[in-house]
Design a protein around this ligand. Structure first.
Ligand code: ATP
Ligand code: LTN
Length: 329
């Protein structure tokens, strides 16, 4: 009998979700639901690593739960929960911090990027990947569907698991990243050298999943391109045009090279891309509005998800506590 793989991934409630989150990660999460035993998490503890407003965090966490259901995650077919509801994550993170090397954490590019421009750099921003490793390892995860930017964190998680197992005996499953072939890295429309992100301050460069058709058309029309007006895919030489082709391809189930076929001008590229994105997002927006009207039901479903998650996480944590030498209470 084929053994079903365990899948785990997480997303931060740090702002309204953007097109890159959907194309690079969430769409993949949805498609894995029926093939694997999937566990998905709103990582509110990770959102504490940067300055935040408590009321906004609470509401962003609930709204992200609704958004995850709106894109197609079904609490009956996967485990969907909020990280802070399962206390094993914070305790597991300490075991990971004591297994990761300081030098490894210092090399993480997400830490470098986020700390360079920040007024306040928390200790949690530095140890962030250790909490992420706990998230993944607590569920005996085989596969971690993420966008390209998270590859390094998953590699570190593997290294931590291997080190822990070799020091303290077989405890954790060693996971691997699953990165989609297209849409893995959606770039900012105004700064095509930077990834689109929900928390960077670039409203014109970021398409939000909840943007209306007018906003999407306006943002795509103003996207930075170049001066030669020839449409072909060349991410290094033509980053802006190539990003639009990637978005168009990912939104219509084609590669960026295929998406360029028949498109003669930048005007044409922008109109076609905007239309494809609007069509793709329309049903998600409609489902989100329905779910947002009943927050108590979302709360109930997330609490059931946390109960399911806790059962798996507590068994793994007990095993790790025992193997690392903590006296049983
Ligand atoms: P923040 O701006 O707060 O760092 P973010 O928009 O980068 O947030 P995350 O919560 O860090 O989003 O990521 C959720 C998932 O979305 C991850 O798997 C990540 O790899 C993916 N992702 C985020 N941005 C992009 C992007 N521009 N292209 C492709 N995938 C992305
Ligand atoms: N660091 C990730 C979010 C995240 C995650 C995880 C992803 C937290 N825990 C576990 C996969 C598995 C990010 O910034 N996108």
């Amino acid at each position: 009998m084929a053994v079903v793989a365990r899948v785990f991934s997480g997303i931060k409630p740090t702002g309204s979700i953007q097109l890159g989150n959907y194309l690079g990660a969430l769409r993949n999460w949805v498609s894995m639901q029926d093939e694997a035993d999937c566990v998905y998490c709103v990582v509110d503890l990770h959102a504490l690593t940067v300055p935040h407003d408590p009321a906004e965090l609470r509401s962003a966490t609930l709204s992200l739960g609704q958004m995850l259901m709106a894109v197609g995650l079904d609490p009956d077919r996967c485990t969907l929960f909020v990280q802070g509801h399962v206390r094993e994550h914070a305790e597991g993170a300490w075991l990971m911090e004591c297994t990761a090397a300081f030098g490894e954490l210092r090399r993480m590019t997400q830490f470098k990027d986020k700390s360079e421009s920040a007024d306040f750099v928390s200790g949690g921003l530095f140890t962030y990947p250790a909490l992420q490793a706990a998230d993944i390892l607590l569920y005996d995860t085989d596969q971690v569907p993420v966008g390209e930017d998270q590859r390094q964190h998953v590699e570190l998680t593997r290294d931590i698991a291997i080190r822990f197992n070799s020091r303290f005996g077989d405890t954790f499953v060693v996971p691997e990243a699953v990165i989609p072939p297209s849409g893995a890295r959606v770039m900012d429309l105004q700064h095509p050298d930077q990834k689109m992100s929900k928390s960077e301050d670039s409203p014109q460069g970021t398409i939000l999943v909840l943007d209306d058709a007018g906003d999407i058309e306006r943002k795509v029309k103003r996207a930075v391109t170049d001066s030669d007006n020839e449409v072909y895919f060349d991410p290094d030489g033509k980053p802006g045009v190539s990003n639009l082709l990637s978005i168009l391809g990912a939104s219509t189930g084609r590669s960026p090279v295929e998406a360029a076929t028949g498109i003669e001008s930048y005007g044409d590229l922008k109109t076609t891309t905007a239309d494809a994105v609007v069509e793709m997002l329309r049903p998600i927006q409609a489902r989100y509005r329905e779910l947002a009207a009943d927050p108590a039901e979302t709360g109930r479903l997330l609490a059931l998800g946390a109960d399911k998650a806790r059962q798996v996480a507590s068994a793994t944590l007990d095993r790790a506590r025992e193997n690392v030498g903590l006296l049983a209470p």
